[in-house]
Design a protein around this ligand. Sequence first.
Ligand code: PLP
Length: 399
Amino acid sequence: MNLNEIRALDEQYYMNTFGKRLPVAFDHGQGVTLYDTEGRAYTDFFAGIAVNALGYNHPAVTKAIVEQAGKVCHTSNLYYIEPQAKLAKLLCENSFADKVFLGNSGAEANEGAMKLAVKYFYEKGEDRYEILTARNSFHGRTLATIAATGQEKYQKPYAKLLPACVRNVPFGDLAALRAAATPHTAAVMLEVIQAEGGVVVGEADYIQGVRALCDELGLLLIVDEVQTGMGRCGALFAHELYGIVPDIMTLAKALGGGVPIGAVLAKAEVAAAFHPGDHGSTFGGNPLACAAALAVVQTLLSEDLPAKARKTGAHLKAQLQAVAKKHPAAVLDVRGEGLLLGIALAQDVAAGEVVAKLLEKGFVTGTAAGNVLRLLPPLILEEADCGALCRALDEVLGE
Ligand SMILES: *Cc1c(COP(=O)(O)O)cnc(C)c1O
């Protein structure tokens, strides 16, 4: 089908929750290059919203998926699952965690994390059930994760359905967090870098202060690494950049290399709060998703892609800063860590329009809240790939 035929079907049959889509349908990809249905090539600087960390058709990931699909995609969690057990081991060996639970998405992982935190105190006989999260955050689209997502535009239509014990406080304000905590507070859930919220990098003092406050008040710290994790920010997990250790961490997006999977990771003492029947999932941790994720994590580690993301990210950021210098009226700020970068634009330069123009020039990019152009390229991006994007951005900003 060509783009117009696909568009006609979409407009007739698909629920319109994504607004007007960008005028392209990608057909296949190789490395950091995507090809659309009309045969045009694009360099990818968005990775399907931080999902395709190894780019497209990575040999290890494709092989793992094809081989597992030829064996069994799903068995249910009534039985032992080899790739699930191996993935859990690998994630624990490379993080603070001792135990893993697998679901199918970031929102599901965050739901699981919130349930685990509350169950932890239930087991201890402590009446703690509130979760504090940050304003301007993003934690997902289910009811509890919308409540956690501190953005009114997502919460408003569903306000009455949202759990009232999930409350939002200003990001970066330790005093406000302390003031919001009550004897019923169970956990604080945060992104150390707010990605959807505009690539807002948490200050080290603040993130470390949150950890210390949680210790002082006996709260659990949940770090949502759904977008920042899996090497994206130049460390396997972004909280490592801050020298802190969470009690619970959630992962999704890049974990499965494009196959849906989410994970809740916790220390043994916390994980022990989940007893048989407390949580579950039909699809979660299925052999196909776990085989894909296993290949992703093995490749991230064996090729040291977090270090590569740090290096390529620093190079790209410096080039972007040079472009910003040429357009001081258009660019307010260039920020981010590793290959999670945001270019904050002035009011009269719509980030969405910049994305559309870059797409016309053969570059896939995206936006974030607050009129920010967001770059999330596959971690396999080479420094040599960065110059062409920066020249195109220079041209677009010049128009
Ligand atoms: C994308 C995202 C989520 C939600 O993940 P889904 O897989 O879309 O449910 C949660 N938290 C963060 C930080 C995210 O970026």
